[in-house]
Design a protein around this ligand. Sequence first.
Ligand code: PEP
Ligand code: MN
Length: 455
Amino acid sequence: MVDPSEQVVLADPAVIAGLDYWRELPIKQQPEWPDAAAVAEASKQIASFPPLVFAGEVDDLRDKLGRAAAGEAFLLQGGDCAETFAGATAEQIKNRVKTILQMAVVLTYGASMPIVKMGRMAGQFAKPRSTDTETRGDVTLPAYRGDIVNGYPFTAESRTPDPSRLVQGYHTAVSTLNLVRAFTQGGFADLRQVHSWNKGFAANPANKRYEILARDIDRAIKFMEAAGADFDELRRVDFYASHEGLLMDYERPMTRIDSRTGTPYNTSAHFLWVGERTRDLDGAHIDYFSRVRNPIGVKLGPTTSPDDMLRLIDKLDPDREPGRLTFITRMGAGKVRDALPPLLEAIKGHEATPLWVSDPMHGNGLTTSTGYKTRRFDDVVDEVKGFFEAHRAVGTHPGGIHIELTGDDVTECLGGSEHIDEADLATRYESLCDPRLNHMQSLELAFLVAEELAA
Ligand code: PEP
Ligand code: MN
């Protein structure tokens, strides 16, 4: 007898063909690989490797994001601007996961709401760039497009796109996600460990505030244990992987047909988003992502028109499925209060309930006179506040935050209670791309967001 759970549903050939339709369309932000045969070979190899994530997990996440869109949960998405292969060490991954877990605890406790935890991790290796080349002195070379494409050092050899990096990207994502899964499922994320997540980080005001909160949580858990409560949610957390779906020579071969349903999933991450630079309605990226079952995000900058947004909804979420579509707004602190409300208003009457998430990082970049790309912590906070204000005014749900952060004590963003100033940026600036909040700034932000959510 055939076990029904073993039945394999084959995909419609038209569905499979559709997964390559993006190749006919205009595409942006792809590298100029020097050797097409080597890229084809790397893609073929990747297509033969096991998936990183499973369709069932992706479906669970979609349900949870649907709840966040309805105002019953909140998404916390955070991690590096650009992960690097060298940065995929146990220590750095652990610090980032700990930081996200701590932020999640602050938010859960402060807002009494389930927090969906998601890393910009295990695949955030490809970067869009504002120019294709970089010039230093009289030397012009290809821009750094992330470790999955080329190297950061400014030499012709390192900057030449290298297809073997696609395979290395896959393996680095695998080992990162493996460790993340071990941390979050294997006891480390047990809520009884709330204090230990704080250990190893330099003493600072945000840590102190966290310790006080952790003490309250400890007491509540001891009470529940004494009363006989014992549930799995205390011991493990579901932690989801996400990255920008940008590099099609990686994303396409990671796409697989789910044998339960015959539908395609991108198995490189649970959640993928399309960036501000590649979200053209008639372009390759939006077409490809319209055809996979994963929950999909789209970044929306301050110039987004209501019409563009509505057309994105029709293309990516024609069935108006809860959790399918997330809009990640990155307007800038000075613009969010004007640019966001018209988009929120325009949704009314379209039966669409996208999840609204604030990325308070990418609209607030600045370059110092000394040449550092940075952001002011105060601007980040102000954009988050403007995001909440806009939703309150229109009557929609502020459903999450999307943050570039690290668990390390870097000095990349200005301000916060450590008062990092322009001179401090030189002490520990490690990002190869955009500046990230450090551990303390991340915790501080979590406390502020918790206050907004509880308001
Ligand atoms: C990013 O998230 O790192 C990024 C490049 O964002 P955006 O597409 O919003 O500019
Ligand atoms: Mn970035």
